[in-house]
Design a protein around this ligand. Structure first.
Ligand code: NVA
Length: 203
């Protein structure tokens, strides 16, 4: 399992490795986290049928893995990202061309309308700490708050890969509120990672 920055580092290792290599997080993708998020959504809804997910904020590694998951599993995904922080076209473009139900909106409320899962991430990811201030400015208006959650499905849950910056990408009220499933989601990281190992090490 490799947790690093550059996707190329992981891919080079995978190319030469004689055993499977798990992406524990790169700047480009974060698939293990999305599996935990999907397990949490499945537990809360009883399945993924008809699922609609809203991603609010940075078009980052988490957003990219949500796009890949929507493409493979066929659920709906709406992303709301500020100008300059849209997902990588090399991930989004092929997904849309393949017929994935994925679209980028500008307004968080529009993306969250009717969603069963509303999710976000920090505005400055690991390695981007020096950009924190500039990013806080760019992402103003992209906070998940009660107004954004109000337009989601009445049974919608809020997810966050954690750690969260309370009062930045999400309000304290949403993070700690009754619709937040972030603690179950964090626990599910453990269970899903066990499942990945069983899958890779099993017969
Ligand atoms: N986008 C975040 C995810 C952390 C779990 C980062 O890369 O830092």
């Amino acid at each position: 399992m490799v947790r690093t920055y550059g996707q190329g580092v992981l891919e080079e290792l995978a190319e030469w490795s004689t055993v499977p290599v798990i992406n524990g997080l790169t700047d480009l993708l974060h698939p293990c986290q999305i599996l935990a998020d999907l397990l949490t959504a499945t537990e809360r809804r009883g399945g993924l049928d008809g699922l609609r997910v809203a991603w609010i904020g940075d078009g980052n590694n988490m957003a990219h893995s949500w796009i890949n998951a929507a493409r493979v599993l066929g659920f709906g995904l709406r992303l709301a990202c500020p100008d300059g922080f849209h997902p990588d076209g090399a991930i989004l473009g092929p997904a849309v061309e393949a017929g994935a139900d994925v679209a980028v909106a500008r307004d968080p409320a529009e993306a969250a309308r009717g969603a069963h899962v509303v999710t976000t991430d920090v505005w400055a990811s690991m390695g981007q700490e020096s950009e924190q201030e500039a990013r806080a400015e760019a992402f103003a208006g992209y906070q998940v708050d009660d107004r954004v959650m109000a337009g989601a499905d009445p049974d919608a849950v809020f997810l966050h890969c954690l750690p969260a910056h309370r009062g930045e990408e999400v309000t304290e009220a949403v993070l700690e509120g009754p619709r937040s499933a972030v603690w179950d989601e964090a626990e599910n990281r453990l269970h899903v990672q066990k499942a990945i190992l069983v899958r890779l090490l099993g017969p």
